[in-house]
Design a protein around this ligand. Structure first.
Ligand code: ASP
Length: 420
C-alpha cells in the first residue's frame, strides 16, 4: 500500500511540475530569455542524465533477458510460443502507432522555430547500409557513442556467450544481474527527478512559443490513445478469441482491475500480482502464468511500442524532417527491440525513445517536448503493456491445452493401432 502511495505521489509531483512549468512559461512569455538562460539548463541536465543511463540499461537488461533464455529453453514450447507472440504483437503495435501517426499527421501544422531546440539534419543511410551498420566492428565504440542497435547486437552475442560458457559463465551472469539492478536503481533516481525535469523543460518551450505549443501535444495524446485503444480492441480481442477460444468480453471484464491499476501506477511490474490473479480467474494454469507474465512485464511492451512510433513521427514532423519508408521500417525494428529493453517501471519508455530517435537520426531534443506529457502517455501505454501480457498467457494456455489433448488422444489411439 505504501508503495502505491509513493507511486501516486510521483504522478502528482510530475503533474504539478508540468502545470507549474506551463504557468511559469505563460508568465515569462515577454521574458523568454530568462527561461532559456536559467531554467532550460536544468532541463538539459535532466535530458543528459536520461541519455547517460540509456546504454547501461539497454545493454544489461537485454543481456539479462538473453541469459534467462536458458530457462526459456527448458520450458521449451511455452517459451517459444511466448516469445513469438510477444515479438509479433509488439511489431504490430509499432506499425499501428506509425500508421495512425502518419494518417492523422500527428505533428503537422506546427514547425518548431529553428533555434529553439537546435538540430542539424543528417543524411539518411540506405536500407542495406542500415542493416550492415547494425553489426559493430568494435565492442566498445558503440557503447561510447550510444549507437543503440549496435549495443543490442553486442548484448545479444555476449548474452549467448554467457549461456554457452556454462558453469564458467556463471560469474559473468551474476555480475550482469547485479549491474542491471544497479542501472535500474540509477534509472529510478532519474525518473524520481522527472517533476523538476518536466518543469524545466516545458517552461522555456511555453515561454518562447506561447500556449500554441501545447496544442500539438494534445494531438500526440489523442493519436497515441487512439492507437492504444485500437490495438487493445482489435489485436487482443482477436487473439484471445481466435487463439485462446475465449470471449473478449469475459477477458476484459476480468482484466478491468489490472488495467485500472496499470493506469494509475504506470508500472507493469507493479501490476504483476493483479495480473496473476486475473489470469487465474480466466483459467490460465499457474505454471504458465507464472512464467509468461513476469517475462512479459520485463520484455513485452506493446503500448510503449505504439508510443514510440507515434512520437518518432511527431518529432520528425515538427522538425520538418521527412522519414522515408526504409527509415520507418527501421523504426519498427528498433522500437520492437527498444520496448523489449524497456523496464516495466514508470517513465522508462521515454528513456528508450532516445534509442528509437537515434536509430533514424532524429533529434533527441524532441524528447524535451513529449517529456512534459510523458506521464499521461505512460499511463495508457502501461495498460496496453499488461493487457498484452495477459492475452499472451490466455493464448499460450489454450495452445498448451490443445497440444496436451492432442497428445493424450494420440496416446489413447496408439495401442489400438498396434493391436493385431
Ligand atoms: N511504464 C511502462 C510500464 O511499466 C513502461 C514505459 O515507460 O513505457 O509498462
Amino acid at each position: 500500500m505504501n508503495k502505491n502511495a509513493k507511486k501516486l505521489s510521483l504522478t502528482w509531483q510530475i503533474t504539478i511540475g508540468l502545470v507549474l512549468g506551463i504557468i511559469l512559461g505563460l508568465l515569462l512569455q515577454n521574458h523568454a530569455d530568462i527561461a532559456v538562460s536559467y531554467i532550460k539548463p536544468i532541463g538539459t541536465v535532466y535530458l543528459n542524465l536520461i541519455k547517460m543511463v540509456v546504454v547501461p540499461v539497454v545493454l544489461l537488461s537485454i543481456m539479462q533477458g538473453i541469459i534467462s533464455l536458458q530457462d526459456i529453453r527448458r520450458v521449451g514450447s511455452i517459451g517459444i510460443k511466448t516469445v513469438v507472440y510477444y515479438t509479433l504483437t509488439t511489431a504490430l503495435a509499432v506499425t499501428v502507432g506509425l500508421i495512425f501517426a502518419n494518417v492523422l499527421n500527428v505533428g503537422a501544422g506546427y514547425i518548431l522555430p529553428v533555434g529553439e531546440l537546435t538540430y542539424q539534419a543528417s543524411e539518411a543511410p540506405s536500407f542495406i547500409d542500415t542493416l550492415v551498420n547494425i553489426f559493430p566492428s568494435n565492442a566498445f565504440a558503440p557503447l561510447v557513442s550510444a549507437t543503440m542497435l549496435q549495443v543490442i547486437v553486442i548484448a545479444v552475442f555476449f548474452g549467448f556467450g554467457v549461456i554457452l560458457a556454462g558453469e564458467k559463465g556463471k560469474l559473468a551472469a551474476d555480475i550482469i544481474d547485479s549491474f542491471a539492478e544497479v542501472s535500474f536503481r540509477v534509472m529510478n533516481l532519474i525518473i524520481g527527478m522527472s517533476s523538476i525535469g518536466v518543469f524545466a523543460l516545458i517552461t522555456p518551450v511555453v515561454a518562447s512559443n506561447g500556449p500554441a505549443v501545447l496544442l500539438p501535444l494534445l494531438k500526440v495524446v489523442l493519436v497515441a490513445y487512439t492507437g492504444y485503444i485500437v490495438h487493445i480492441l482489435i489485436v487482443y480481442s482477436a487473439s484471445v478469441k481466435v487463439i485462446g477460444g475465449m470471449s473478449p468480453i469475459r477477458f476484459f471484464r476480468e482484466m478491468s482491475r489490472s488495467m485500472l491499476f496499470a493506469f494509475s501506477s504506470a508500472s507493469s511490474v507493479g501490476v504483476l500480482p493483479f495480473n496473476l490473479e486475473a489470469t487465474g480467474k480466466l483459467g490460465v494454469r499457474r505454471e504458465i502464468s507464472s512464467f509468461v507474465l513476469p517475462l512479459g512485464a520485463t520484455i513485452n511492451m506493446d503500448g510503449t511500442a505504439i508510443y514510440q512510433g507515434v512520437c518518432a513521427i511527431f518529432i520528425a514532423q515538427i522538425f520538418g524532417i521527412e522519414l522515408i519508408f526504409a527509415q520507418q521500417i527501421s523504426i519498427i525494428l528498433t522500437a520492437t527491440l527498444a520496448s523489449i529493453g524497456t523496464a516495466g517501471v514508470p517513465g522508462s519508455g521515454m528513456i528508450m525513445l532516445a534509442m528509437v530517435l537515434q536509430s533514424v537520426g532524429l533529434p533527441l531534443e524532441g524528447i524535451a517536448l513529449v517529456a512534459g506529457i510523458d506521464r499521461i502517455l505512460d499511463m495508457g501505454r502501461t495498460v496496453v503493456n499488461i493487457t498484452g501480457d495477459a492475452s499472451c498467457a490466455v493464448c499460450v494456455n489454450a495452445m498448451e491445452e490443445r497440444r496436451e489433448a492432442h497428445r493424450a488422444k494420440k496416446a489413447a489411439e496408439t495401442p489400438a493401432d498396434h493391436q493385431p
